[in-house]
Design a binder for this molecule. Structure first.
Ligand SMILES: *Cc1c(COP(=O)(O)O)cnc(C)c1O
Length: 427
């Protein structure tokens, strides 16, 4: 595979951009090698600057659920652009997207649009703190909620502990307001709540964890979180930035029947342009300025291009049969990869909800971050590069999700599975 153009651009990019990329996982650090620079994408494929074309299972990390450059989305963006790209004043399109979100997710009565998932989570937590007049938050080890200061925190070796920052630049005092527990460990949550509930504003969780690979919630985990938070006046925030409109039109909360106090959205609701959103019941959301005293603002919030792309995407997703199709394609890919692994005797622990899936190179069940970390990441790196050589682009990290879109065909996926049969034998 020729990669000279990507290599040249990456060399130059490293002179002007830290690490040559504008978001760290793109740099291929955990699988080795140089990242591919993408020239264009269409439907189920991306094409790099050397002319290599790949079936894409990264989907820009989730947003591209209708495939790349979907004609209806592109047309709508072009039409919107010709009317001006930003006004800093309200538009009817914002109202339409807000209504669509409120109708899709019954827990949301009012919603505020922002420009990224990070911003959505950061703002939702501010609202939770304002509402409860408490400062601490509880998150789960291995869950990613964007890069805001108080969220860049992990737990000490499996035990639930007080937070220490993951990154230089995050003051200890900020991280100190963040408690962490292992995902799926309700006992750890109970004991933290028992000790700290008076200062806990919220528990934030990915209802399906998608940033340590894909880790599914245990059957009662989310329900127990809901009960415990209610009992102690703690808000429950579901971070559905990945799962919202991905695993079902109404997100994981509809799938599992959980009603959170606040929900964070992003990725799909922007149709491939930058959008995030946070919402919840009227009484909580009316704390947000200018209705209430909790300040949050954005020059490009509710941007007309991004909102238009979101509206068209959600409209397409709301037509009948879409999620059934996504589930069939997801099942086809997951079963195919599973068979290939089995025939080659490679331990491979799989997780999937519809078109969102994970595959851990591990012979242990993965239920939290510490079990996820037992995966053979060197083996994943080999899998990644060999699949790439055979035309399938998976995420450049063991700890990321794979996605299929509505335009991946049965034969696209067959092609990937065939490649996987060759590749697993060489691992
Ligand atoms: C991607 C993601 C975010 C952050 O969204 P950005 O748009 O990258 O800021 C937050 N939470 C979850 C669960 C995510 O997957």
């Amino acid at each position: 595979m020729k990669t000279t153009n990507s290599k040249r651009l990456f060399d130059q990019a490293q002179r002007y951009i830290p690490g040559g990329v504008n978001s760290p996982v793109r740099a291929f650090r955990s699988v080795g090698g140089n990242p591919l620079f993408i020239k264009r994408a269409r439907g189920a494929t991306v094409t790099d600057v050397d002319g290599n074309t790949f079936l894409d299972y990264v989907a820009s990390w989730g947003p591209i659920i209708l495939g790349h450059a979907h004609p209806a989305v592109v047309r709508a963006i072009q039409r919107a652009a010709s009317q001006g790209t930003s006004y800093g004043a309200p538009t009817e399109q914002e109202l339409i997207l807000a209504q669509m979100i409120c109708q899709a997710l019954p827990s949301i009565e009012k919603v505020r649009l922002v420009s990224s998932g990070t911003e959505a989570v950061m703002s939702a937590i501010r609202v939770a703190r304002g509402f409860t007049k408490r400062d601490a938050i509880l998150k789960f080890d291995g869950c990613y909620h964007g890069h805001a200061d108080h969220l860049l925190v992990k737990a000490g070796s499996g035990a639930a502990t007080l937070g220490l920052p993951d990154s230089p630049g995050v003051p200890k005092a900020f991280a100190g307001h963040t408690l962490t527990a292992p995902y799926n460990d309700i006992e750890a949550v109970k004991s933290l709540i028992q000790k700290h509930w008076r200062k806990l504003a919220c528990i934030i969780v990915e209802p399906i964890a998608g940033n340590m690979g894909v880790v599914l919630p245990k059957k009662e985990f989310l329900r127990q979180l809901r009960t415990l938070t209610r009992q102690h006046g703690i808000l429950l925030i579901l971070d559905e930035v990945i799962s919202g409109f991905r695993v079902a039109y109404g997100g994981a909360q509809t799938l599992y029947g959980i009603k959170p106090d606040l929900t964070c959205l992003g990725k799909i609701i922007g149709g491939g342009l930058p959008v995030g959103a946070y919402g919840g019941s009227k009484d909580i959301m009316d704390l947000v300025a200018p209705a209430g005293p909790v300040y949050q603002a954005g020059t490009l919030s509710g941007n007309p291009l991004a909102v238009t792309a979101g509206i068209v995407t959600l409209k397409k997703l709301s037509t009948s049969g879409v999620y059934e199709k996504l589930d069939r394609r997801g099942a086809q890919l997951a079963e195919g990869l599973g068979k290939a692994a089995k025939q080659a005797n490679v331990p491979f622990f799989q997780t999937r909800v519809g078109s969102l899936m994970g595959g851990f190179f591990s012979d242990t069940r993965v239920v939290d971050f510490s079990s996820a970390k037992k995966s053979d990441t060197a083996r994943y790196a080999k899998f990644f590069h060999k699949m790439l050589e055979r035309g399938s682009y998976f995420a450049p990290s063991q700890f990321e999700a794979a996605f299929v879109s509505t335009v991946h065909t049965v034969s696209d996926i067959d092609h990937t599975i065939e490649a996987a049969h060759q590749v697993f034998k060489k691992l």
